[in-house]
Structures are given as structure tokens and as C-alpha cells.
Design a protein around this ligand. Structure first.
Ligand SMILES: Cc1cc2nc3c(=O)[nH]c(=O)nc-3n(C[C@H](O)[C@H](O)[C@H](O)COP(=O)(O)OP(=O)(O)OC[C@H]3O[C@@H](n4cnc5c(N)ncnc54)[C@H](O)[C@@H]3O)c2cc1C
Length: 391
């Protein structure tokens, strides 16, 4: 009735990405983390492997796979390098997916082939300085104006914390903006929020200085500013007024992807701890012989396993066309907490070395915190689950 075994094709993909993560990504992770440098060479190789095109059809340069394939790849990358994994996750599920789901044929043909090949990246601009969890509080606004070139959106406002928005290969950011007011049937009015594609280099649009983050140091994150930034009317993505709803549906899917990344991080902490517990001795015996250490690692294993089952279930529902919003929220919350808890326990297993940055568990400790915040905080996931319970 229930089968969580990977079929041959998924297993092969997972094995291929695992090998790539261990042999190509891991050796340069520490350097990029320390230098806060974006791993362009890894992005290019992930592009060659087809990872950026996994869930897109071949007609747009994709691999013809599905979202679960993307999740499996993210789990394997998340094990060794969360910065690389989030670059892929945001590139596919936040950068390219809105164009694929809601774009016109022309928009897809213009943007998707390069995004699916990893030759370019795009950002997803929802969060604002004063609108994060409550992203409907968007203040950025866009007005349609006539100009010599035809009708244009004139955009003003700011976005906060936007991933992949300022790399050398970033081609555009899709932003939510207030485009007017909608009258409701009950006579009240509410903001009309739409999504608009803003190409990099548009005058008036700037990716500001990158943040100095606690973790995910090799990923690209910027505040964005818009001062009379003008783009053609046809840069509207999807139906006018549906922008917020469309972005929320992108986030539902994205939570499965983030859960997979977090599962990988949780699993990476298990693998590193098992190895270290066998090698490290204290009081004349391997620390792995002490039940206190065994139980700690056994609990870590249970967390990673539970997180994996949760994202497999959410992905299976999504692929079957069933409702999956709640299961995606559960997976995101469980996996994010598993990653953070496992990172804390793994650093404890490593003792003082767990506090030294050149040890991967230390990087997981810094990187994992954001998994309880990004793409919806733990509290937001709980709100979604409670809402489904009718509370
Ligand atoms: C590295 C990084 C990358 C990111 N990438 C992107 C990106 O690519 N695109 C994008 O749009 N955003 C991105 N974000 C933004 C991220 O999604 C937000 O930070 C997150 O949604 C939380 O919003 P906030 O920071 O405004 O926190 P707030 O919404 O201000 O929340 C603060 C605290 O209050 C809690 N809280 C809020 N409302 C409630 C409530 N009703 N009940 C209980 N608790 C509540 C929150 O859970 C949190 O603990 C990124 C953030 C980071 C740090």
C-alpha cells in the first residue's frame, strides 16, 4: 500500500548527485564558506549535470523529471554544503518555477532555457523590510504609465533577503508589488498584488550590498531597491491581482524542496558523528562506546529518518495531484528542526573541534538555523497546520 523505496531512476539520480557532492562540492566548500565567495564553478557543473532543469520539460531545456527528483538532489547536496544546495533550490523552485507555472509562452521561451541549464539565475522577491511572515503587507508598488516605448510598470519600493538576486549570472528578479485596489463583494477593498519580472540592469533597480550572514556564506543574498524602475507592461507574470496567491503556491512546493535540503543536513550530521565517534577516544575508549554518545546519535538518525519520510510523503501527494499544503508545512518544520537539533548534537559529539569552522559540523551549526526561518518560519508552518485543523 505504501512504498517509500526509490525506483531505479530516482536511485540513480540520488547516487549521481551524492557522488558529485562528495567529490566535487565538498572539497571546495570550506574555502567558499570562509571567503564568502559564490561557487560559480559548482553552479556551472550542476548546470552541466542537468540539476537546474530537473523538473522542467525538455522543450524548455529541462530534463523532463519532476519535483521529487529535485528534492532528492537537494538532499544529497544539503548533506555536504547547504550554500550550494540553497543556490540550486532557490534557482529552480523560486527563480525558474514561477515563470514555468505562470509565464506566457514567450516569457518561458525567453527565460527558461538558460535558467534550466544553470547559465543564469533569477530571484524571488516577496519579503520586504516590513513584510516577512505577513508578506501580504507588501508596500512595494507598481503603476502602469504610458511612455514613448508603450505602457510601462513603474516600480518603487524595497525587498529584503532575496536569494540569487545579485550574482554575475542573475538575469532578473520576480517581485510582488501592489498594482491597485480590489473591491470585494462585501463592499470592502483590499490591495491588488501582482508579480512583475524586473531584469537585472534595469535603471532604478539595484541589488544592494550583500548581507554578512551567520551561515549560508557562499550563497547570494541581497536587499533590493526600486526607485522608478521601469519595465514593459508585458513583464507582468501571470494574471494581474493573482501575484500573492501565485507566490504562496510556489512557496508550498518550495517547502518540500527546503525540507529535502534540511533532511540532507540532518543526515550529514549523523554520518559525520558516527565516523567521529568511532575514531575519537576519551578515557581509553572510543567515545562511540559510551551510551550517552550512542543515544545522541541514534536520536539524530531518527530525526533524519522522520524528516525524510515527511518530505517523501508531501512530494508523493504533490505528484499525485492531491492537496499537499499541510504535509509540505509539516515536512518543512520537522526537517528544519531536525537539521538544527542534529547540528547542535553533532557539534557536541565533536567537542571543541565542533566549534572550529574547518569542521563541517561547525558549518552545519551556523547554516542550519535559517532552515527554521526561511521560506516560512516554524511558527508560520504551525499556523498553516492549525488552520487546516480548523483552529
Ligand atoms: C538567507 C535568507 C534567504 C532568504 N531568501 C529569500 C528569498 O529568496 N525571497 C524572499 O522573498 N524571502 C527570502 N528570505 C526571507 C525569509 O523568508 C523571511 O526572513 C521569513 O519569511 C521571516 O520573515 P521576517 O524575517 O520578516 O520575520 P517576521 O515575519 O518579522 O517574524 C519575526 C518572528 O515573529 C514570528 N511571527 C510572525 N508572525 C507570527 C504570528 N502570527 N504568530 C506567531 N509568530 C509569528 C516569526 O515566526 C518570527 O519568529 C530569506 C531570508 C534569509 C535570512
Amino acid at each position: 500500500m505504501v512504498d517509500f523505496q526509490l525506483d531505479d531512476e530516482y536511485q540513480e539520480l540520488s547516487d549521481t548527485v551524492r557522488e558529485f557532492a562528495d567529490e566535487v562540492v565538498a572539497p571546495v566548500s570550506q574555502r567558499h564558506d570562509e571567503e564568502h565567495s559564490f561557487p560559480y564553478e559548482i553552479v556551472a557543473q550542476m548546470g552541466d549535470l542537468g540539476l537546474f532543469g530537473l523538473p522542467f520539460p525538455e522543450e524548455y531545456g529541462g530534463m523532463g523529471g519532476d519535483y521529487f527528483a529535485l528534492a532528492l538532489a537537494l538532499e544529497q547536496l544539503g548533506r555536504v554544503d547547504q550554500s550550494v544546495a540553497i543556490t540550486l533550490e532557490a534557482g529552480v523552485s523560486l527563480g525558474a518555477m514561477p515563470v514555468y507555472r505562470f509565464g506566457t509562452k514567450k516569457q518561458k521561451e525567453t527565460w527558461l532555457p538558460d535558467l534550466a541549464a544553470g547559465r543564469s539565475l533569477a530571484g524571488f522577491g516577496l519579503t520586504e523590510p516590513e513584510a516577512g511572515s505577513d508578506a501580504g503587507g507588501t508596500k512595494t508598488y507598481a503603476r502602469l504609465q504610458d511612455s514613448a516605448e508603450g505602457r510601462e510598470w513603474v516600480i518603487n519600493g524595497a525587498k529584503e533577503f532575496i536569494t540569487n538576486s545579485g550574482t554575475d549570472i542573475t538575469k532578473f528578479v520576480t517581485v510582488t508589488a501592489v498594482t491597485g485596489t480590489e473591491q470585494r463583494d462585501d463592499g470592502t477593498a483590499r490591495k491588488e498584488i501582482s508579480t512583475i519580472i524586473v531584469p537585472s540592469g534595469t535603471p532604478g533597480f539595484r541589488a544592494e550590498r550583500p548581507y554578512n550572514k551567520v551561515g549560508w556564506n557562499a550563497s547570494d543574498t541581497h536587499p533590493l531597491s526600486f526607485k522608478d524602475a521601469r519595465v514593459p507592461e508585458e513583464n507582468l507574470l501571470g494574471v494581474r491581482g493573482r501575484g500573492y496567491a501565485n507566490f504562496l503556491s510556489i512557496l508550498d512546493e518550495g517547502r518540500i524542496a527546503i525540507a529535502a535540503l534540511a533532511t540532507g543536513a540532518a543526515q550529514g550530521c549523523v554520518d559525520l558523528s558516527v565516523k567521529y565517534a568511532k575514531e575519537r577516544s576519551a578515557f581509553g575508549t572510543a567515545i562511540g562506546k559510551y551510551q550517552a554518545i550512542q543515544f545522541k546519535i541514534a536520536r539524530m538518525k531518527a530525526r533524519a529518518h522522520t524528516a525524510r519520510l515527511a518530505y517523501y510523503d508531501a512530494a508523493a501527494r504533490m505528484l499525485a495531484g492531491k492537496p499537499f499544503k499541510t504535509e509540505a508545512a509539516i515536512a518543512k518544520m520537522v526537517a528544519g528542526e531536525a537539521a538544527m537539533d542534529n547540528a547542535r548534537d553533532a557539534t557536541q559529539v565533536f567537542g571543541g573541534y565542533g566549534f572550529i569552522n574547518e569542521f563541517t559540523v561547525a558549518r552545519h551549526y551556523r547554516d542550519s538555523k535559517i532552515l527554521e526561518v526561511g521560506e516560512g518560519t516554524t511558527e508560520v508552518q504551525l499556523m498553516l497546520i492549525a488552520r487546516e485543523l480548523g483552529l
